[in-house]
Design a protein. Structure first.
Length: 658
C-alpha cells in the first residue's frame, strides 16, 4: 500500500509550506504556530493540537478555509501530516515511525499498524482522503459477481482486489492498494477497460474473496440467513435491466443499518461518487461509498417502495413498513435536490413492542436521581403545563411518551393531538391531526377540552395559535404536556414571548420547562481513565471544577462497540419550574441574564453542563462528549459550584434541591 510518511515524493509538502505557497499564511503566521507547537512539546501532558487546528485557533485561517484547503490539496500532503490533522497521530508518532523506517525500510502506514498506533480502518480512511478514491465495502451483496467470470483465482488472491461495478468501459475495482499503478495497468490491459480504483482494508477484501470462492466451490458461506431479504409491505415491479442490482444494494444498506443500530441512512451524491453515512447514537459515521452510476437506480428503487414519484427530482416524503430480520421497521424516506443529484435520507423507526416498552419507561430516559425525583413530583401535581424542549432529534418525543406512560392510570383520561402518532400507548385516546380533518391544529386542541380529559398531550407547539391554545388549556386546570424547540429552559420562556405569548399568561400559568440533549454513552468494555484539560471545563461554565477532582473517562474502541468507543445514548437535562421570583421577572420583562440568575439562585436550576458532569463522574460519558452537545449559558459561570457539590446535588443527596 502506498503509505509513505515524510519521505518526499515529487510535489509533496508539509501543510505549513503549502499554506504559505497558496497565500493563506505569512512566515510570521508560521512562526506563531511553531511557537505554540514548541510549547506543546515542552508540556507533554497537554492534549496535542495539529498544525491546522492551531492556525484556526490563532485566527490565521477560518475552519471553513482549512477544510476547503485540505480537501483541495490532500494529494500533496504527507500521509503523516494528514493523519496528524485528522487527529489520529501526533508528531511524536511521526518521529518514531520515521526512525523505524530508516532501519527496516517498511512503509509508513504499515509501521503504524504494527505499532497499533492506528487501526487498519483508520489508515484506509486516511488513504481514501489522500488518494481521492472512494472507500467501498467489499461485500458480495454490493458487487456484480459476474465480473469475476474468467478471472484467475490466484491472481485475485495475490493482488487483493474485487471488481464491483461496470458502466460502459469503466470498471470500479476495490483494492487494498489503489496506488499500485502496475496492477491498475495490468487490469486495464486484461479487461480492456478503464479502471476506477476504490479502497478497502486488506483484511475485508481477503474475507470477501474467501466468501466468493467458497460459494463457487459449493461450500456454504457463513452468513446470517435472516439477512437475506428485506420484505416491504408494498408491491414493486422488478427492474427490466438485468444489470440493475439496486434492490440488493438497498437491502444491504437497510439491513446493515439495523445491525449497526443506525437511526438514519444518508445517501449523499458527491462529485465523483455516492457517499453513504449512518447516524449512530446521534453522530454520522461514514459507512461506504458507491460508484456514481449506481445512484439513480438506487434512489429510484427507494422512491418506488415508499410510493414516491420516481420521475420527480425534487422534495418528496414517503414511508413504508418493512419486515427486516424479523423486526417490524418503518422507513421514512425524504428526498432533496442537490448539486450532484438527489440527496436521500432514510429514517428507521423500529415498531417492536418490547423496544417501545424500554423507551417508554421513565426510569430509562436518562434522568439523574435529582431530576427524576423532581420530574416525578411535577408529573404528580394536578394541572400545569410541562414543556419538553431541545433541538430536533434530541429525544423530546421519547421523554414525552415516557411521561404519558408514567401518568397512564385507570382513573385518568389522557387524550392527545399528534402529527403524526409516533407510538401507540394503550389506555389513552390518541388523536392524529391531518389536513383532511378540515380544522387547524389549534382547533383540534380546543376540541380536546370537550372530551372531559384529565391530561392533554400536544405533540408540538407549531405556531402562535397552537401555543395560545395550549396555554389556555393549562389555565382551565387541566394538565398539559407538549414539546417545543429551544436551546435551554429559560430560553424557552423568552422564545414563547417572542412568538407572541403575553407575559401575564406565562406568569399566571404553572409552567415547567424540561430541556434536554442526547449524548453518547461510553462503552463499558473499553473506556479508560482520563484527565481532561482544564479549558474544557471552563468552556462548559464549570469554572470551579478541577480536572483531578474525580476519575473521568474517555473512549477507546473495541469489537463490542465496533471501535467507536461509545455504545448507546443517554440524556442530560435542566429542569425549571417557574416560581414567584421568576414570574415577577417575566412580568417585568427582565433581561435573559437576570432571569437565568434568578432561576439558578431561587429555583435551584442545575445546568445541562452540570448534569453532564455528574454523568461523566459516574463514568457514563466523557467530558468532551458533554462539550459536543451541551448548550452552555454564559451566565452560569457567575454562580459556579465545585465538582463535589454538583455531584451531591445531582445524586439527590441535598434535600433542599429535591
Amino acid at each position: 500500500m502506498s503509505n509513505k510518511g515524510n519521505t518526499n515524493p515529487a510535489g509533496q509538502f508539509k501543510l505549513g509550506e503549502l499554506l504559505v505557497r497558496e497565500g493563506y499564511l505569512t512566515m510570521d503566521g508560521i512562526n506563531k504556530v511553531l511557537a505554540v507547537q514548541k510549547q506543546q512539546k515542552e508540556k507533554p501532558g497537554r492534549d496535542f493540537k495539529p498544525f491546522g487546528q492551531i492556525c484556526v485557533e490563532l485566527g490565521l485561517i477560518s475552519q471553513d478555509e482549512l477544510q476547503r484547503f485540505l480537501k483541495k490539496y490532500n494529494k500533496r500532503i504527507y500521509l503523516g501530516e494528514l493523519l496528524i490533522n485528522m487527529g489520529l497521530i501526533t508528531n511524536k508518532h511521526v518521529d518514531l515511525i520515521l526512525g523505524q523506517q530508516k532501519q527496516n525500510g517498511k512503509r509508513f502506514g504499515e509501521l503504524l499498524l504494527e505499532q497499533k498506533i492506528i487501526t487498519e480502518s483508520q489508515l484506509t480512511d486516511a488513504l481514501s482522503v489522500q488518494l481521492e478514491v472512494p472507500r467501498i465495502i467489499p461485500s458480495l451483496e454490493l458487487m456484480d459477481r459476474s465480473l469475476m467470470d474468467g478471472m484467475s483465482e490466484q491472481f485475485v488472491r495475490s493482488n487483493q482486489f474485487l471488481p464491483v461495478h461496470q458502466e460502459g468501459d469503466q470498471l470500479t475495482v476495490v483494492m487494498a492498494d489503489p496506488a499500485n499503478q502496475d496492477l491498475l495497468q495490468e487490469l486495464s490491459n486484461q479487461l480492456q477497460c478503464r479502471i476506477s480504483p476504490a479502497i478497502a482494508p486488506a483484511s475485508e477484501i481477503r474475507r470477501t474473496i474467501e466468501q466468493f470462492y467458497q460459494g463457487t466451490q459449493g461450500v456454504e458461506t457463513k452468513m446470517d440467513p435472516g439477512l437475506s431479504q428485506v420484505n416491504l409491505d408494498v408491491e414493486v415491479a422488478p427492474s427490466t435491466n438485468p444489470d440493475d442490482n439496486s434492490t440488493a444494494i438497498a437491502n444491504f444498506l437497510i439491513k446493515n443499518a439495523l445491525t449497526d443500530r443506525a437511526t438514519d441512512i444518508h445517501i449523499e451524491p458527491q462529485e465523483k461518487y455516492i457517499r453513504i453515512r449512518y447516524r449512530i447514537d446521534g453522530v454520522l459515521h461514514h459507512k461506504t461509498d458507491l460508484p456514481s452510476k449506481l445512484g439513480p437506480a438506487l434512489i429510484e428503487r427507494l422512491k418506488m417502495v415508499s410510493r414516491l414519484d420516481p420521475a420527480l427530482k425534487g422534495v418528496q416524503e414517503g414511508k413504508v413498513i418493512g419486515d427486516i430480520m424479523g423486526r417490524k421497521v418503518e422507513l421514512r424516506i425524504s428526498t432533496y435536490p442537490s448539486l450532484w443529484g438527489e440527496n436521500v435520507v432514510v429514517q428507521l423507526n423500529e415498531k417492536q413492542a418490547m423496544h417501545q416498552e424500554l423507551l417508554l419507561n421513565i426510569d430509562r430516559v436518562g434522568f439523574s436521581p435529582l431530576h427524576l425525583t423532581r420530574y416525578q413530583k411535577i408529573l404528580g401535581q394536578p394541572g400545569g403545563l410541562i414543556i419538553v424542549t431541545g433541538p430536533a432529534n434530541m429525544g423530546k418525543t421519547t421523554t414525552l411518551y415516557a411521561s404519558i406512560n408514567y401518568l397512564n392510570q385507570q382513573n385518568r383520561s389522557i387524550i392527545t393531538a399528534e402529527d403524526p402518532i409516533e407510538r401507540p400507548v394503550p389506555g389513552t385516546i390518541q388523536g392524529a391531526w391531518s389536513p383532511e380533518l378540515n380544522m387547524g391544529y389549534a382547533d383540534m386542541i380546543t376540541s380536546m377540552l370537550k372530551q372531559d380529559p384529565d391530561i392533554l398531550v400536544v405533540g408540538e407547539i407549531k405556531d402562535q395559535a397552537t401555543m395560545e391554545a395550549v396555554v389556555e388549556a393549562a389555565l382551565t386546570g387541566a394538565k398539559v404536556l407538549t414539546t417545543y424547540p429551544a436551546f435551554d429552559a429559560t430560553g424557552a420562556l423568552l422564545r414563547l414571548m417572542n412568538l407572541g405569548l403575553e407575559s401575564y399568561l406565562i406568569a399566571s400559568s404553572n409552567i415547567t420547562v424540561l430541556s434536554q440533549r442526547l449524548l453518547r454513552r461510553l462503552c463499558d468494555s473499553c473506556k479508560a481513565t482520563h484527565t481532561p484539560a482544564k479549558d474544557v471545563f471552563n468552556m462548559l461554565g464549570l469554572v470551579d471544577v478541577e480536572p483531578t477532582s474525580y476519575d473521568f473517562y474517555r473512549p477507546i474502541g473495541c469489537p463490542e462497540c465496533q471501535n467507536r468507543g461509545f455504545l448507546g445514548q443517554t440524556t442530560i437535562h435542566e429542569l425549571l419550574q417557574i416560581n414567584e421570583a421568576i414570574r415577577e421577572a417575566v412580568l417585568e420583562r427582565k433581561p435573559a441574564a437576570t432571569i437565568r440568575g434568578i432561576a439558578r439562585t431561587e429555583a435551584k436550576l442545575v445546568s445541562m453542563a452540570e448534569d453532564g458532569l455528574f454523568k461523566a463522574i459516574e463514568g457514563l460519558t466523557s467530558v468532551e462528549e458533554i462539550q459536543r452537545v451541551a448548550f452552555v449559558n454564559e451566565y452560569d459561570s457567575q454562580t459556579p459550584w465545585e465538582a463535589e457539590e454538583i455531584y451531591e446535588i445531582c445524586s439527590g443527596l441535598q434535600p433542599e434541591y429535591l
